[in-house]
Ligand binder design. Structure first.
Ligand code: SAM
Length: 247
């Protein structure tokens, strides 16, 4: 796996994403879906720097965050000192107590590269859920994203945070390997986009999915789809899926 968010990247990520994503709206969106099954406990996977966590804590929900990156966990724990964050891998983790709902937001599923990664993750989610537990997650729609990057690369996203202007210039190459893998190069700048003044570079292999393959992965891992939502986010066309654990 790509080395995810070392210290410096985690801080830049945190600054930029607070401009890209309205976490208030994001919380309202996911919490509305969650409340349809009235979960008593919620796990967020890929909890990042704890921006969504903040809202769950404020509303006194029984929330736990899990993330692979130590630096992301460090920032989220500082932001939410009383909250429980676990450093772990969504493909292989064991909660002390099972939960009623698991969410994976902000396209964190893009880091599941191989079919094994996806099957291991869904299997793990199944094992860590109570009976009738639900999962809610989003993913980038390959059918719309691949044509988009072919016509639009590189793509610049800008953000303002604490008086600093940030930009991120992204290029995606469709990989020669299996599946819908993309090689993502992101260069980060503050103030002007000048390659000699880039403040950070990030390279990751990410995967985008078709709705059909995701439906099949869920079926194979004993989840029943309850709802599919077609959702545009700040940069991507995504699907959000709500699925229930089958016994
Ligand atoms: C795009 S960020 C989203 C962060 C957060 N949800 C937000 O909205 O700000 C993806 C997150 O997924 C985490 N991640 C990637 N692969 C993971 C894995 N295998 N297990 C757990 N977390 C993972 C990364 O460390 C990162 O924090």
């Amino acid at each position: 796996m790509t080395s995810l968010y070392p210290d410096e990247m985690a801080e830049i990520y945190d600054a930029m994403y607070q401009s890209f994503i309205d976490y208030n709206k994001e919380y309202t969106f996911y919490n509305k879906l969650l409340q349809k099954s009235n979960p008593k406990s919620i796990l967020e996977i890929g909890s990042g720097t704890g921006n969504l966590a903040k809202h769950f804590i404020k509303n006194k929900q029984n929330y736990t965050g899990l993330d692979y990156s130590k630096s992301m966990i460090g920032i989220s724990q500082k932001r939410n000192p009383d909250c429980n964050f676990i450093q772990g891998d969504m493909r292989d983790f064991n909660l002390e107590e099972k939960v009623d709902a698991i969410i994976i937001t902000s396209r964190s599923t893009s880091y599941l590269i191989s079919n094994n990664d996806i099957n291991d993750t869904f299997n793990c989610l199944h094992n860590n859920l109570n009976t009738d537990g639900v999962i809610i997650f989003d993913f980038i729609d390959a059918n719309r994203f691949i044509p988009y990057i072919k016509e639009n690369s590189p793509i610049v996203h800008t953000a303002q945070h604490k008086g600093i202007n940030y930009s991120r210039k992204s290029s995606w190459e469709v990989s020669q390997h299996d599946n819908f893998l993309l090689e993502w190069t992101a260069k980060y700048y503050s103030d002007e986009i000048d390659d000699s003044k880039a403040i950070a570079n990030d390279y990751s292999t990410v995967r985008v999915f078709t709705l059909n393959e995701m439906q099949l992965f869920l079926y194979l891992n004993h989840f029943e789809i309850v709802e599919i939502i077609d959702r545009k986010t700040y940069a991507y066309d995504t699907f959000v899926i709500v699925a229930k654990k089958k016994s």
